[in-house]
Design a protein around this ligand. Structure first.
Ligand SMILES: [Zn+2]
Length: 744
């Protein structure tokens, strides 16, 4: 689907502003250019003589008073065009977007009910930085030294291989002035080295030894890769079953296809990339290319270009890597496919797992979805036979799944202001006595999720925002996790001015750590959260230290629930299993089940048996019962039956419509008008408007509609018809969220 083109009539289009210069269409061709901005359409420009554009070229397009980088989506003959078009200003020095990428961008925009330019902006993110400058290296010319000194002689000995001036000065133990003088004297010469290139990965290095279950899975995946056709495989294996080794065999097979074949591996979190990159480096002899928010500046540009030129053969990245301009994509792997982090919630809203399937279809290649706890959507597709379903049952080198027991907090209530029950505390002490490790899991950062005034009962909130301030003891601040607002913990209540009236309510990981220190005096205890591991390197350092036995107890948020292997870990305590169930959204039970399964699967991965203790006030809840029995199929049956009865995904479609404004009155009026404008479509129902659960964020009020539709309804067409019937005024922002995950 190519976006509708729009005339660049200088009087009204953003392609030019009134009074700006324009030229008559003397060119032979019209270039339809998509601009990476949330504009409704692509624009027509004149192709200047001699530019010889092709579809996918990235061009400088005048837009109002400035020029922006846009992409040529089509070209047509200018014959018959009798209105003036502004000429393009030239082509950007960058590889063109491959046809598959262009098609994918347009598909993604249509699916998200967003502007194609908003999806294009995702794809052009790598172009924001200039290419790295060529590095200047110095090397000996072979000319003799006119006036040798000991320092100069040392330099000449060290300068047989090209290196930077700084490296050479360091190697020879001289100042940069000595190097400079030798360059001036002609004894050293300066050469320009191309930015770093790396050798191609070698798919034929020996892989890991596979157990029979893994070998069977790898064989099926290799077959799918060999077919060079679109297919989806759900690689469904319990924690520790060795999914990575299995999909790496598919990666190897894809690389063998051709010297340009490319593989994309998506991971939900930067914290995971370190370990996965290391495994790929071992398997293929060279580090894969990385793509996530931590890759910045010239390196980002370099990676983007390497992908577009087909030089980056393996890319390991976060969800945004899906928008990279792959020239010859042969395989996509979505690891931890169930993870909520694949949903991008702001800007261009998308679910990377779902879009990965779409991209694979467009690129005619297989996609592998891997998880120990697949999403209900993927399980459903596997059950229905739409996906190849590979179940890995053997737990690699392990003594079996851990014993999972529920701790009924009604029978073993922790003391006032305490969160660890006696059975869990006892188990921690026994584990420590055996020289083994425990992990306490609580998916709440900080010290306490809430600070309350005992005198007036007010709860401390961020300004103009409906969310509580979370107390952090490490930084000694109260922080709003939603807006990032923070302030020092006040001495007096800001509402009633009472002194010493503020109390911390509820547990965060920092508070559980405090309690663990009381339970196990002298034990080595560490917290793993985005506060103690703010980036991939810090996270990897903590993981390595834990794996190396440097800690006895780790208190962790969900970052530690994913894919890490701690050989000495034999006890996992889930501090508050009920947290997730209170969310009140569609996927709350599913997420709780996944998270708890992943966490309890951390225990006992080598020869030592593991034990998972799950503290709950609701041991009779179906999620808890299924967990204790480790019966995923029973849980999936229950949950799918409920969703089917309610017509919810995967049995029906869901979309949220968010209206946001700083002006409550205008918001109210427009919300009513918008409700009245909802199209009447068979099989689609509209609920709302309601205040969004977080109705006020930084002074912006939000109203929400939910659309529930039957599977066969084109919900995107429904949404665009709706928007066309009631365009929001400037004071109101309208956002569609197709397949909403968080119900914020
Ligand atoms: Zn107060």
């Amino acid at each position: 689907m190519i976006p509708k083109s729009h005339s660049t009539d200088p009087a009204q289009s953003p392609g030019s502003s009134p009074g700006s210069p324009s030229v008559a269409a003397s060119a032979a061709r019209v270039a339809v250019v998509l601009i990476p901005l949330p504009l409704p359409e692509a624009y027509d420009y004149a192709e200047p003589e001699g530019l010889d554009l092709e579809v996918g070229d990235i061009v400088h397009a005048p837009l109002g008073p400035r020029a922006v980088a846009g992409v040529v989506v089509s070209l047509r003959d200018a014959a018959g065009v009798n209105r003036p078009l502004r000429p393009l200003e030239g082509r950007l020095e960058a590889p063109r977007l491959p046809p598959g990428t262009l098609a994918f961008i347009q598909w993604a925009a249509r699916y998200a009910s967003d502007a194609p330019g908003a999806a294009l902006a995702m794809a052009l993110r790598g172009l924001g930085s200039p290419l790295p400058r060529a590095r200047e290296l110095v090397v000996a010319t072979g000319a003799g030294l006119a006036r040798p000194t000991p320092a100069r002689t040392r330099v000449m000995e060290a300068a047989r291989a090209p290196q930077t001036r700084a490296d050479l000065a360091r190697a020879a133990g001289v100042s940069s002035a000595v190097i400079q003088a030798l360059v001036a004297a002609g004894a050293l010469r300066v050469i320009l080295a191309a930015p770093e290139t790396r050798p191609p990965p070698d798919p034929n290095l020996p892989g890991a030894a596979l157990n029979p279950s893994q070998a069977a899975g790898a064989q099926v995946l290799r077959g799918l890769v060999d077919a060079q056709a679109f297919s989806v495989a759900l690689l469904d294996g319990v924690t520790g079953s060795g999914k990575t080794e299995v999909y790496m065999e598919a990666v190897a097979q894809a690389l063998r296809q051709s010297p340009t074949a490319q593989v994309l591996v998506l991971l939900p979190e930067i914290a995971l990339t370190g370990a996965v990159i290391a495994r790929f480096t071992t398997r293929f002899g060279v580090a894969p290319h990385e793509w996530h928010s931590g890759v910045a500046g010239p390196r980002r540009r370099l990676t983007w270009e390497a992908v577009a030129k087909g030089q980056a053969r393996i890319v390991v990245g976060a969800r945004s890597a899906l928008f990279l301009p792959f020239a010859d994509l042969a395989l996509i792997v979505v690891d931890e496919e169930h993870d909520g982090a694949y949903k991008q919630e702001d800007g261009f809203i998308y679910q990377a797992r779902d879009l990965a399937v779409a991209r694979a279809k467009i690129e005619t290649c297989p996609v592998i979805l891997a998880s120990a706890t697949p999403s209900l959507e993927s399980l459903w597709n596997a059950r229905m036979g739409r996906y190849h379903w590979l179940r890995l049952t053997d737990r690699h080198g392990a003594a079996g799944l851990p014993d999972v027991e529920l701790v009924d907090l009604r029978l073993f209530p922790p003391g006032p202001g305490k969160w660890l029950s006696q059975p869990l505390a006892d188990a921690m002490a026994q584990t420590l006595a055996r020289g083994e490790q425990s992990l306490l899991f609580l998916n709440r950062r900080g010290y306490a999720p809430l600070v309350m005034c005992r005198a007036c009962g007010e709860r401390l909130r961020a300004p103009d925002t409906d969310s509580w301030l979370v107390e952090h003891r490490y930084s000694q601040r109260l922080i709003c996790h939603l807006t990032g607002f923070s302030m020092p913990r006040p001495d007096r209540c800001p509402y009633c001015q009472a002194a010493e009236s503020l109390v911390s309510v509820g547990p965060g990981v920092e508070r559980v750590e405090e309690e663990a220190r009381q339970v196990l005096p002298g034990a080595r205890i560490v917290v793993f959260s985005s506060d103690t591991a703010p980036d991939a390197a810090a996270g990897q350092a903590l993981i390595t230290a834990m794996a190396g036995g440097e800690y006895d107890v780790m208190v962790a948020t969900q970052s530690a629930a994913k894919g890490h292997n701690f050989p000495g870990l034999t006890l996992v305590g889930v501090v508050d299993a009920d947290v997730g169930l209170k969310g009140g959204d569609l996927r709350a039970a599913e997420r709780t089940f996944q998270l708890l399964t992943q966490v309890s699967g951390r225990a006992g991965r080598r020869e030592r048996p593991g034990r998972a203790m799950i503290q709950t006030w609701a041991p009779d809840h179906p999620v808890m019962r299924a967990l204790a029995a480790q019966d995923r199929d029973a849980f999936a049956d229950l949950e799918l039956a409920e969703r089917q009865a309610a017509g919810l995904p995967p049995f029906g479609r869901l979309a949220a419509v968010i209206l946001a404004s700083r002006d409550p009155e205008k918001l109210e009026i427009f919300a009513r008008a918008f409700a009245a404008a909802a199209p009447n479509a068979e099989g689609a129902e509209v609920y709302g408007p309601a205040d969004a659960p977080l109705a006020l964020i930084r002074g912006v009020r939000r109203k929400r509609f939910l659309v529930r539709a039957q599977r066969e309804v084109d919900i995107q067409a429904f949404l665009s018809a709706w928007r066309a019937r009631a365009r929001p005024p400037a004071a109101i922002r309208l956002t569609f969220d197709v397949d909403p995950y968080s119900f914020l």
